[in-house]
Design a protein around this ligand. Structure first.
Ligand SMILES: [Fe+2]
Length: 355
């Protein structure tokens, strides 16, 4: 399978991964042939990219680090909790605790988990997808830092709930398509305190969860909010969640901005590693990110166009690629694969929308 921008789609192409609506229902099943009406629906829903299967990509596998069902369950659990809170009810921690346990168990079974699959978020389901992603990314980092299972569960539970305070932020501010006014930004910033207030009331949660909600926007150099904590004054759980949160937010399309590519985001995190973030944690985090995920289309310094077939875990920017077009833009009859760790002069210029 390969990833393609929805604007480049034409009817008749086969969908390679199931698309879900924001309420968790299946919109379109993997394997279906796309019609013009489906493509228009994607655009309406704000789905910007999907995975398709065609003759040049049919043998490329793109697998997630956790089971599809688990990721799905995580999004639904957080959605249900937020829906309950929105209508003034309490939320049940049990389903969230259950799925967090599954995420921890699954990640403990993977050796050197690498994030290779990019989410197919829509603008209206952002918070649920984001919460599940931040949980998975934070837990992978915790595994990499050698945390035991109990510690991982505490981290994962706080990570999935980190933005729960957003239920108290008016939708028109949260999803405003243009730049926020200083007053609106102050309202958004309140979500960390709201999250703390919500979670500290729950007898079923340890103080870590409310602490993470309160302090995930604190920054290592003291420039964060709401308390302006610095360095080790910020618990390591929140230092981890802060990095996962920024990574996932930067690599996601939002109503007010287009996402950054993974390479730029990783460079940003490394650059900020000595300022806003804990550098040691950034180093651990980026070891688990595939800069050019399998199924991405890329342009090369040779002028050729290729698809990423597989990642090299030790060299994230030197994947195995399949050359699809020559330097003049002609389709190759005989596509061939090269391992970029063996061809030092060939460099990936950019990830492109389509071939
Ligand atoms: Fe947040």
């Amino acid at each position: 399978m390969r990833r393609i921008n929805v604007d480049k789609l034409s009817s008749g192409v086969m969908l390679a991964r199931t698309i879900y609506s924001s309420d968790g229902n299946i919109l379109l099943n993997a394997g279906i042939k796309l019609k013009e009406s489906y493509i228009n629906k994607f655009k309406e829903l704000g789905v910007t990219e999907i995975y398709i299967e065609d003759e040049i990509s049919h043998d490329i596998l793109v697998s997630d680090v956790i089971a599809d069902e688990t990721r799905f369950e995580a999004r639904i659990a957080i959605k249900n909790a937020m829906d309950n809170l929105k209508y003034g009810n309490n939320f049940d921690v049990k389903p969230i605790r259950n799925v967090v346990g599954k995420i921890v168990d699954e990640l403990l079974c993977v050796e050197d988990a690498i994030i290779n699959l990019q989410d197919l978020k829509t603008s209206d389901n952002y918070t649920f997808y984001h919460s599940a992603n931040v949980c998975v990314l934070s837990t992978i980092t915790g595994v990499s830092l050698g945390f035991n299972k109990e510690k991982l569960k505490q981290l994962a539970l706080g990570a999935i709930l980190h933005d729960i305070g957003k239920v108290k932020i008016p939708n028109e501010v949260l999803n405003k398509p243009s730049k926020l006014t200083p007053e609106e930004y102050e309202i958004i910033k309140q979500h960390s305190r709201h999250g703390y207030e919500i979670l500290k009331k729950s007898m079923e949660l340890s103080t870590y969860a409310s602490y993470i909600a309160l302090t995930h926007h604190e920054r290592y150099n003291g420039t964060g909010y709401p308390l302006g904590l610095k360095g080790d004054e910020i618990h390591e759980f929140s230092r981890i969640v802060a990095i996962a949160d920024v990574y996932d937010a930067m690599t996601s399309d939002r109503v007010y901005k287009k996402r950054s590519n993974i390479n730029d985001t990783v460079e940003y995190l490394v650059g900020m590693g000595h300022h806003q973030f804990d550098y040691e944690i950034v180093r651990n985090f980026i070891e688990h990110i595939s800069i050019y995920p399998s199924g991405s289309c890329v342009s090369l310094n040779t002028g050729q166009i290729a698809i990423v077939v597989d990642v090299n875990k030790k060299y994230p920017n030197r994947p195995i690629i399949r050359i699809i077009k020559d330097e003049y833009g002609n389709d190759l009859k005989d596509m061939y694969e090269i391992d970029l760790t063996k061809y030092n002069t060939i460099i990936i210029n950019d990830v492109i929308d389509d071939i």
